[in-house]
Design a protein around this ligand. Structure first.
Ligand code: AMP
Ligand code: GLY
Length: 419
C-alpha cells in the first residue's frame, strides 16, 4: 500500500523511516516532509482539502497525522467524509489536546487522576483564586500555544503576571480561557497508546527532556532529547496507569461518543500519591517517537491500519529489550533567536556509527543541507543497555557540526542515576 504521513519534523521522519520497513508498504509520502526523507509532497499541514486531494489522486491507502494542529482543525473529518482511511482523532475528540479545559472536564467526569484546577474566562476571578490558593501554582492557557502556554509559577507574582499575560492576548485565542492548577511534584513520563475506540494498546514508555540545559535547567523547549523505556515506570506503576489512565480514557471516549482512532499521549507526573495526568496530546510525541519507534519490532503500518479500521484487538506489539535514546541537536540560541542557513556537515559519518539521524529543522539551499529551525536533528540509537545506546548516539552527534550547534550532554540522566 501507499502511505502518507502529514507533518515535517523529527517525529514524522521517524514515522516515515519505520513505515518504510513494512513489507506491506510500497511507497511512503510525507507532506510537507523534510530533506531527510524521500517522497516529500509540497503541501502544508493546514492544506486540509489539498491533502485529501493528494491522497485521492495518488491512491493513498493509509494516512498518518503527526502534529496536533491539523487534527484540531479537522483533517480526520475531511478525510473520512471522502472515504479516505486515516489515523487520528476527529475534530471533536482532538479537543482533548486543543482545549485543556475540555481535557480536565473529561478527566474529572471519568475519574482519571489529575491535578485539581479551576477554569476562568476573566482576569479578576482568576486572580482571586490565585490568591486563595497561593504559590507554587500552574497557569495554563486553554488552547494550543505551541508548548508555551504553561507557566509553572514559583511565586504569586509570577502567577499573577502569567494570568494577566493570558488575558491580555499574549497567546491569542488560546489564552481567552485560563486554567489554574495545583502544582504537582515528581518525575515525568510519557505514556503513548494506540486506540481504535474499542481496544487500547500501550506503546513502550519514554521520557523527554523539556528544558534546554543540562540538569533540567533553563527555559522550556519542544524537547531536547528522549529515551525509552523510562525506568520510573515500574511494573506496578504500569499496572496503575493502565487501569486508572488508559482504561478510563477508553471508557470515557466510549461514554462521550468521541471518535478516537489514533494515538493518545498522556503526560504523567509520578507523584508520591500515584500517577497524575498533566496533559493529553492526541498524537505521537516529539522527540519520544524517535526513541520509541527504534524499539518497535512489529510492523507499524499494520498496527496503524488496524487502528483506523477498529481491528486493534488482533494486534500485539513486540518490543526490543534494548533501550533507545534520541539526542536533539538544536540551533545555537534556540528557543530564542538563532541564525538560519548554516551548513551542516557529518551526517553520513554519524550514520556510519549505527545511529539514525532524523531531520527536523533542516533545508536544502543550493544543494547544501543547512539549519532552518530551532530543533535541527534527532540523533537516535539503540544499544544493549542504556549506556551503550548513549555512547552510540553521542559518538554520532560528535560527527555532526554547524556553527553554534547545541545539544544536551546528559540525556537519560535520571535513568542512569537509577542504575
Ligand atoms: P503540559 O503542556 O500541560 O504538559 O505542561 C508542560 C509542562 O509543564 C509539563 O511537562 C510539566 O513539566 C509542567 N506542568 C504542567 N502541569 C503541571 C502541574 N500541574 N504541576 C507541575 N508541573 C506541571
Ligand atoms: N515531547 C512533548 C510533546 O511531544 O508534546
Amino acid at each position: 500500500m501507499k502511505v502518507l504521513v502529514v507533518g515535517g519534523g523529527g517525529r514524522e521522519h521517524a514515522l516515515v523511516w519505520k513505515l518504510q520497513q513494512s513489507p506491506q508498504v510500497e511507497q511512503v509520502f510525507c507532506a510537507p516532509g523534510n530533506p531527510g526523507m524521500k517522497g516529500v509532497v509540497p503541501v502544508p499541514v493546514d492544506g486540509l482539502g489539498e491533502l485529501a486531494d493528494f491522497a485521492e489522486r495518488e491512491g493513498i491507502a493509509l494516512t498518518m497525522v503527526g502534529p496536533e494542529a491539523p487534527l484540531c482543525a479537522g483533517l480526520v473529518d475531511v478525510f473520512r467524509a471522502r472515504g479516505l482511511r486515516i489515523v487520528g482523532p476527529d475534530k471533536r475528540a482532538a479537543q482533548l489536546e486543543g482545549s485543556k479545559a475540555f481535557a480536565k472536564d473529561f478527566m474529572r467526569r471519568h475519574g482519571l487522576p489529575t491535578a485539581a484546577s479551576g477554569v476562568f474566562t476573566a482576569c479578576e476571578p482568576a486572580l482571586d483564586y490565585l490568591r486563595q490558593q497561593g504559590a507554587p501554582i500552574v497557569v495554563k492557557a486553554d488552547g494550543l500555544a505551541a508548548g508555551k502556554g504553561v507557566i509553572v509559577a514559583m511565586t504569586l507574582e509570577e502567577a499573577e503576571a502569567a494570568v494577566r499575560d493570558c488575558f491580555s492576548g499574549r497567546f491569542g485565542e488560546a489564552g481567552a480561557r485560563v486554567l489554574i492548577e495545583e502544582c504537582l511534584f515528581g518525575e515525568e513520563a510519557s505514556i503513548l497508546a494506540l486506540t481504535d475506540g474499542r481496544t487500547i494498546v500501550p506503546l513502550a514508555s519514554s521520557q523527554d527532556h523539556k528544558r534546554l540545559g543540562d540538569g533540567d535547567t533553563g527555559p522550556n523547549t519542544g524537547g531536547m532529547g528522549a529515551y525509552s523505556p523510562a525506568p520510573v515506570v515500574t511494573d506496578a506503576l504500569w499496572a496503575t496507569i493502565r487501569r486508572e489512565v488508559l482504561d478510563r480514557f477508553l471508557a470515557g471516549c466510549q461514554a462521550d461518543g468521541l471518535d478516537f482512532r489514533g494515538v493518545i499521549y498522556a503526560g504523567i507526573m509520578v507523584t508520591d500519591t500515584g500517577p497524575k495526568v498533566l496533559e493529553f496530546n492526541v498524537r505521537f510525541g516529539d522527540p519520544e517517537t524517535q526513541a520509541v519507534l527504534m524499539r518497535l519490532d512489529s510492523d507499524l503500518a499494520e498496527a496503524l491500519a488496524a487502528t483506523a479500521d477498529g481491528r486493534l484487538g488482533d494486534v500485539q506489539l513486540a518490543w526490543s529489550e534494548d533501550p533507545a535514546v534520541c539526542v536533539v541537536m538544536a540551533s545555537g540560541g534556540y528557543p530564542e533567536h538563532y541564525e538560519k542557513g548554516l551548513p551542516i556537515t557529518g551526517i553520513e559519518a554519524a550514520e556510519a556509527t549505527g545511529a539514525v539521524v532524523f531531520h527536523a529543522g533542516t533545508k536544502l539551499a543550493a544543494g547544501k543541507l543547512v539549519n532552518n529551525g530551532g530543533r535541527v536533528l534527532g540523533v537516535t540509537a539503540r544499544g544493549t543497555d542504556l549506556r551503550a545506546a548513549l555512547d552510540r548516539a553521542y559518538r554520532a552527534v560528535n560527527c555532526i557540526s554547524w556553527p553554534g550547534a547545541y545539544y544536551r550532554r546528559d540525556i537519560a540522566h535520571r535513568a542512569l542515576a537509577r542504575g
